[in-house]
Design a protein around this ligand. Structure first.
Ligand SMILES: C[S@@+](CC[C@H](N)C(=O)[O-])C[C@H]1O[C@@H](n2cnc3c(N)ncnc32)[C@H](O)[C@@H]1O
Length: 104
């Protein structure tokens, strides 16, 4: 983040936004959380240096759209780091057909 950087959070749930801002403050970091969806990130093109995501992308029904949005907001040469749940084998059709089992 450096001395002049800005940390922006994103969550569709306002309660989670408040919680993340409170936790950031505890660690001495100023963070502004935007309420919004990762499928339509409320940020300008090429406006972000680094995207970090933990346990969120797997929740989307529109993962390709999410990845397109990540690249849209990242500046050229920007980086992203994410951790998520990945299935190493093909899920059974009954699981694939039931979003409650693989998305929120
Ligand atoms: C498993 S939690 C992970 C939270 C946080 N990244 C962490 O590591 O503690 C998933 C979070 O993603 C948010 N979320 C789910 N779908 C979303 C979406 N489409 N756009 C933005 N946030 C979303 C939920 O509100 C929730 O706060």
């Amino acid at each position: 983040m450096g001395l002049t950087g800005t940390v922006i959070g994103l969550d569709l749930n306002p309660a989670m936004c408040l919680r993340s801002q409170a936790n950031a403050l505890l660690s001495g970091t100023q963070m502004q959380c935007r309420e919004g969806r990762m499928e339509e990130i409320p940020l300008d093109d090429s406006s972000v240096d680094v995207v970090i995501s933990n346990g969120v992308i797997n929740l989307s029904f529109q993962k390709r759209k999410v990845i397109r949005e990540l690249f849209r907001v990242l500046r050229p040469g920007g980086r992203f780091s994410f951790t998520d749940i990945v299935s190493a084998k093909q899920l059974s059709q009954s699981i694939v057909n039931d979003p409650k089992l693989w998305a929120s």
